[in-house]
Design a protein around this ligand. Structure first.
Ligand code: ATP
Ligand code: MG
Length: 483
């Protein structure tokens, strides 16, 4: 996401995006088009502006509505008072017409605010789940090794990392649905766990109806409460008698989450729970989660939510776990401090600083009081030969980096040249007298089409080269590629 944001920040074209990520929208857009009540409304600002402006417009509309009501009332009173008075007949008639002409202001029907609550979490032991020296590999792929981690009662923990870092794998191991290759997982006293993963929606019994499935959760809620909950998750009326097999992907996800809301759990392990949810359902679920008194381990890419919800972040990176005692912004801030420190160090230390900083409490991050290791283990000192090989590898990478940078410069110059040519052709096409020259129009249109085709290829090449460069530079800095 961060990479995409920085890429789009430098993108000179027009961007039209559909997104549920408020932070992304706040950073990227300068106009919001809202689709609601069969209408499109434009707001000239980012997402925060849109929310504030929507409130402001609503308040203004309410005031206008109150004024209008008073005016209507006065007009009606006038008509009532003078309707039988011949001298006022003309005025009464015009007031009646006036009344008919009023476009009565009405507020949009406000969507019902739904508040959901998890059942009170029964108390568990202080240490909820611990993993000791846990490693996991699939054949040749080592996902992570020697992870030590203890989750305490009441903690709200985020698992973060790039795609493929091993978050889902760790979540499955924590939930006991998958065995580690080595190491142990132990649960505290009275731990009652609910686990949500993308597969949860596939594990529903497709032949049952929604209502049947919900009733099998063993929830203490009565029928009305269950119906309310179903309604809040947009299953209302006869919908609840639908067979699960006919539900959409998003609806199945919703149902799987709803089952979690009904369980008496004190440990939730949630792997990207809100991925398929629309904004409204997502908010309902997230607000419920904020009020949850149990322990939560969550994998999510929703930065806005993580910021409000979690107090501990575990970053999975290169087969290791690093932890940060704070919310998501705290994690981002510390990580960029570390990256800056790594950049500032000499080549000699480059490949070790990040690891060393956290693992050994040394190096530039040693002063950070809250970063500490999960997976201790000092590295052996390097031999001369190892150092020589490393230097050779660095040289090789730096040669490739240079070549890639040159390629980027060439691509960028061709792109900007073509963009200028395209703008020029478009300018001529818009000239007032151009319709008199159909041949020219045809020729210009063809030229633009050719340019656009070439530009598309160039943009793709540019992206590929940038990506290669990024990977290469990460390799140069010690093999760490961040999300
Ligand atoms: N059953 C499996 N068999 C083989 N390889 C697997 C299996 N499950 C996961 N992996 C591999 O393990 C690595 C970690 O996968 P995992 O699903 O845990 O990543 P993740 O951090 O959850 O990524 P994402 O952000 O994309 O969800 C990946 O390289 C993946 O290909
Ligand atoms: Mg995953």
């Amino acid at each position: 996401m961060e990479w995409l944001e920085s890429y789009l920040k430098n993108y000179h074209g027009t961007l039209l995006t559909i997104a549920h990520d408020r932070i992304f929208l706040d950073k990227m857009v300068n106009q919001i088009v809202e689709l609601s009540n069969h209408r499109l409304t434009v707001f000239k600002g980012n997402y925060s502006y849109y929310l504030a402006e929507k409130d402001r417009r609503l308040e203004a509309l309410k005031k206008q509505m109150a004024l209008q009501r008073t005016e209507i009332k006065k007009t009606q009173e006038f008509i009532e008072r003078f309707r039988f008075k011949a001298t006022k007949a003309k005025q009464v008639q015009s007031r009646i017409k006036m009344l008919e002409r009023f476009e009565v202001i009405e507020l949009e029907r406000k969507e019902k605010q739904v508040h959901l609550q998890f059942p009170e979490a029964p108390k568990s032991g202080r240490e909820v789940v611990s993993v000791r020296q846990v490693s996991k590999s699939y054949g040749e792929v080592n996902v992570f090794r020697s992870v030590d981690l203890t989750i305490q009662r009441g903690e709200k923990v985020a698992l973060v990392g790039v795609n493929g870092a091993g978050k889902s794998t760790l979540a499955r191991i924590l939930s006991g649905t998958e065995e580690p290759s080595s190491g142990t997982v132990t649960y505290g006293l009275n731990v009652s766990m609910a686990f949500f993963s993308q597969e949860s929606s596939q594990n529903l019994n497709y032949e049952r109806t929604i209502w049947h499935e919900v009733n099998l959760t063993g929830s203490r809620s009565n029928d009305q409460e269950k119906r309310n909950l179903l309604g809040a998750f947009l299953f209302s009326g006869d919908d609840i008698y639908k067979e699960i097999s006919v539900l959409s992907g998003g609806e199945k996800s919703r149902l799987a989450l709803l089952k979690i809301l009904l369980q008496d759990s004190n440990l939730l392990i949630l792997d990207e729970p809100t991925n398929h949810l629309d904004l409204k359902t997502k908010e309902i679920f997230q607000n419920a989660l904020l009020g949850y008194s149990g322990t939560v381990v969550i994998v999510s890419h929703d930065r806005f939510f993580l910021d409000r919800h979690v107090n501990r972040v575990i970053e999975m990176c290169n087969g290791q776990c690093y932890e940060y005692h704070g919310n998501y912004s705290y994690f981002i801030q510390k990580r960029s401090e570390m990256d800056a420190a790594v950049q500032g160090k000499s080549d000699e230390n480059n490949s070790q600083i990040r690891v060393g900083a956290i693992q050994n409490g040394r190096g530039p991050m040693a002063e950070l009081p809250r970063s500490r290791e999960l997976t201790p283990g000092r590295r052996a000192l390097k031999t001369k030969e190892e150092k020589r090989l490393e230097a050779e590898e660095r040289n090789r990478l730096s040669r490739i980096t240079k070549a890639l940078k040159n390629e980027l410069v060439t691509l960028e110059s061709r792109i900007s040249h073509l963009e200028e040519m395209k703008a020029e052709s478009e300018r001529i096409l818009c000239a007032p007298d151009i319709h008199k020259e159909p041949k020219k129009i045809k020729q210009l249109s063809q030229e633009i089409l050719d340019i656009v085709r070439e530009l598309e290829n160039l943009y793709t090449s540019w992206e590929n080269v940038s990506k290669k460069l990024e990977v290469n530079q990460a390799g140069n800095n010690g093999g760490t590629i961040y999300q």
